[in-house]
Design a protein around this ligand. Structure first.
Ligand code: RIB
Length: 305
């Protein structure tokens, strides 16, 4: 019997350089930071680690540079049990980096230099073919070239594997991508860009989800931070509340949510059960600093009150 127990992540790896600031600086302003640290990030690697920490069996495709950050990022993901055989090293590009500012309200501002992530190719996507018989879910984001993302989605679709797309950073999607997506998970900014609907409250998010469902996905999940999550499917639209926590850093909360969601869906849990678990995982993540550094283990999520 074919057991599709693997989660495949096709995406980015970045070294995050994080500065704590009291508030976000204005254009032309120099501000004193309160502290600095670096830690492994990148939306692809973050989702891979988040999924592995919830018990997922994860394989990753990505690219780093031939430099110290590249080996550190590969090692960090491998240490969480992720198969990094296809996280390859580019000879002519440096590892992706993200400059992250986190303010006293726990919000962040991020500028990413893609580096080697930009050389993830259509050929890398085509090489997914031999992994697909064991893959239950493909996780995609938009920090690697869209042509490669589109081909990966097509390969997965042809291979009978569920496709979850997180369209982050926000950008318009080629028409051909929409029908290849089973589950779309996006934040307010992304939902606004893709639906054209201003995101003022959860009812707007519900309308945006309903609109986006018409483009092809079976499920649309709009993450709203402290306001929780809006989930839309053919059966209707629901709002799931967030847990109240003292947030210190919201970086990678969405990635934690997606990785946890993926881990539970591949286990065969219902969307409702997986969403409830993912909301808890993301709530724990925001109480800690960093990206991969802040992601909880399965036991923590299950015992968290
Ligand atoms: O989603 C958070 C991530 O976005 C950070 O880790 C940073 O690397 C950017 O890719």
């Amino acid at each position: 019997m074919l057991v599709r127990r693997h989660v495949v992540v096709f995406g980015s790896l970045n070294m995050d350089m994080v500065v704590r600031v009291p508030r976000m600086p204005q254009a032309g302003e120099t501000l004193s930071g309160r502290g600095f640290f670096s830690n492994p990030g990148g939306k692809g690697a973050n989702q891979a680690v988040a999924c592995a920490r919830q018990g997922g069996q994860v394989r990753m495709v990505g690219r780093v540079g031939d430099d110290v950050f590249g080996s550190q990022l590969r090692a960090a993901v491998l240490a969480q049990g992720v198969d990094v055989e296809r996280v390859t090293t580019s000879a002519d590009a440096s590892t992706g980096v993200a400059m992250v500012m986190v303010d006293d309200t726990a919000q962040n501002c991020i500028a990413v230099v893609p580096g080697a992530n930009a050389s993830v190719s259509v050929a890398d996507a085509e090489a997914l073919r031999d992994w697909l018989p064991e893959a239950g879910l493909l996780l995609l984001q938009l920090e690697v070239p869209i042509a490669a993302v589109e081909r990966a989605a097509l390969m997965a679709r042809e291979g009978g594997c569920t496709v979850l797309l997180n369209p982050a950073p926000a950008q318009a999607l080629p028409e051909a991508v929409w029908p290849l997506v089973d589950i779309l998970v996006l934040n307010e900014t992304e939902a606004q860009l893709l639906s054209g609907m201003p995101m003022v409250d959860t009812s707007n998010a519900g309308h945006a989800a309903a609109l986006l469902l018409r483009r092809g996905p079976r499920h649309v999940v709009v993450t709203l931070g402290a306001q929780g999550v809006v989930w839309g499917s053919a059966a209707g639209t629901w709002h799931l509340a967030a847990h109240k926590v003292q947030a210190v850093d919201t970086t990678a909360a969405g990635d934690t949510f997606i990785g946890a969601l993926g881990a539970l869906l591949v286990e065969g849990r219902t969307m409702e059960q997986a969403l409830a678990h993912a909301i808890r995982a993301a709530a724990i993540c925001v109480t800690r600093a960093g990206a991969q550094a802040s992601m909880p283990l399965r036991e923590e999520v299950e015992s968290w009150i």
